[in-house]
Design a binder for this molecule. Structure first.
Ligand SMILES: Nc1ncnc2c1ncn2[C@@H]1O[C@H](COP(=O)(O)OP(=O)(O)O)[C@@H](O)[C@H]1O
Ligand SMILES: [Mg+2]
Length: 402
């Protein structure tokens, strides 16, 4: 099936799974060691997690079954006993449970994230500590995350990917309106329910570098290197929502091509590639995409935040155009806001001025003719009957009679 053509039939909505060159490194050590239970899903982690605490009581919560191992710990399906409701419980890893500064920040941010109530946001319920375990309670999503979904079903069609993106943007726009940004937008943080609803998880929470087993960088506010905006790698503490816009663009490319744009031997090399190398197109990743989609991704993933969509309304306007098969709008204001464009314009203007000034010097030094020799006037030869010669060299209005 041509991935560029919308195909509404449910069976052909997805491509066959494609082997991602980075897949081996995405497997957590625990999964390689065969820890996965029949109910757990293979997932990336940087730490071996070979325990299963199903059945454990943590305050008012009972862990029912292990769902996955993530970058910051294990995720369990659980039950809140007093309310008898199903929940998801994330146990923070031992390593993080000893970092007081991280815990304080995590708790603070969990409080503000709990205030976010939106159909496209995984609702935060609680945060607590019992028997030395720090845990975090949230809405249980009946479905899977988009990274796992792509691994199982292959790359998405353009309409599906744009639909999921639109739902994620609705969540992130709502969060920004409440002064919360994500900082770790990636397919594994976008849950997809069985009804096709996207729910963004980990919104507004302190982050540690996730993904891959060879962690070389840590720091609160750091996300997965594969979706990390260049400025976030530089200074994670001071990014704004435009870092999430970058990650959304890379994620869209991933959903459509089934591949992450840069694979490297280490997180560091991936981060460097995001900072310095042009993002490959869908075509370069083996999935040619419609021109409007390529342009849209390009705008979202400009290296500098000024070159991206400045707010989610602007992004949504173009998203709807692209969904309708139209090119993203050309925005002059945005064009001139981008320092890279300004630099190019300045260089171009300087080059034109230099060429204009240098051109006369480069010309061959030929003396210009100062006198013009006129052909001999007929009267000079023919005598007095001939009309008199006009005084000026300018052509006379009256034509001389012959
Ligand atoms: N609220 C939830 N409901 C159901 N599954 C979840 C929930 N939150 C996370 N998961 C599953 O657990 C996996 C690991 O989550 P997480 O620890 O947040 O990983 P990461 O550090 O990569 O963000 C997710 O990819 C998802 O499949
Ligand atoms: Mg997560």
């Amino acid at each position: 099936m041509d991935e560029t053509l919308p195909d509404p039939s449910p069976k052909s909505r997805r491509e066959q799974p494609e082997v991602n060159p980075g897949d081996e490194t995405q497997l957590g050590a625990g999964q390689q060691a065969g820890m996965a239970t029949p109910t757990s899903r293979p997932h990336s982690t940087f730490q071996a997690k070979d325990r299963d605490l199903s059945g454990t009581l943590l305050g008012d919560y009972r862990l029912v079954r292990k769902l996955a191992v993530g970058g910051m710990g294990e995720v369990y399906e659980g039950v809140q006993l007093k309310l008898d409701r199903q929940v998801a419980i994330k146990l923070l890893s031992e390593e993080l449970s000893h970092e007081e500064e991280f815990l304080a920040r995590f708790e603070r941010e969990a409080k503000s994230a709990a205030a976010l109530n939106h159909p496209n946001v995984v609702q935060v319920y609680d945060f607590g500590q019992a028997h030395g375990h720090y845990y975090f309670v949230m809405e249980l999503v009946d479905g899977t995350d988009l990274a796992e979904f792509v691994k199982q079903h292959g790359k998405l069609t353009v309409p599906d990917a744009l639909n999921y993106l639109e739902q994620a943007v609705a969540a992130l726009k709502f969060a920004v309106e409440h002064a919360i940004i994500h900082r770790d937008v990636k397919p594994a943080n976008l849950m997809l329910t069985r009804d096709g609803v996207v729910k963004v998880s980990d919104l507004g929470l302190a982050k540690k570098l996730t993904d891959d087993s060879d962690v070389t960088m840590t720091g609160v506010g750091m996300g997965s290197p594969h979706f990390l905006a260049p400025e976030q790698a530089d200074d994670a503490a001071h990014v704004d929502h435009r870092a999430d816009v970058y990650a959304l663009g890379v994620m869209l490319l991933y959903l459509l091509s089934g591949r992450r744009p840069f694979e490297g031997a280490s997180n560091f090399s991936v981060v460097l590639a995001h900072a310095n190398k042009p993002l490959p197109t869908g075509g370069e990743l083996g999935t040619p995409l419609p021109d409007e989609v390529e342009r849209f991704i390009k705008r979202m993933t400009a290296k500098r935040p000024e070159g991206r969509y400045q707010d989610y309304d602007e992004l949504l306007t173009d998203l709807r155009r692209v969904k309708a098969g139209l090119r993203p709008s050309f925005n002059w204001q945005q064009f001139f806001r981008d320092p890279q464009h300004l630099q190019r314009i300045a260089l171009g203007t300087a080059a034109i001025i230099i060429v204009a000034l240098a051109a006369p010097l480069a010309m061959p030094n030929k003396k210009p003719a100062t006198t013009i020799r006129l052909p001999a006037w007929p009267a000079d030869k023919a005598g007095s009957e001939a009309p008199s010669r006009p005084k000026s060299d300018a052509p006379s209005k009256k034509r001389p009679r012959r």
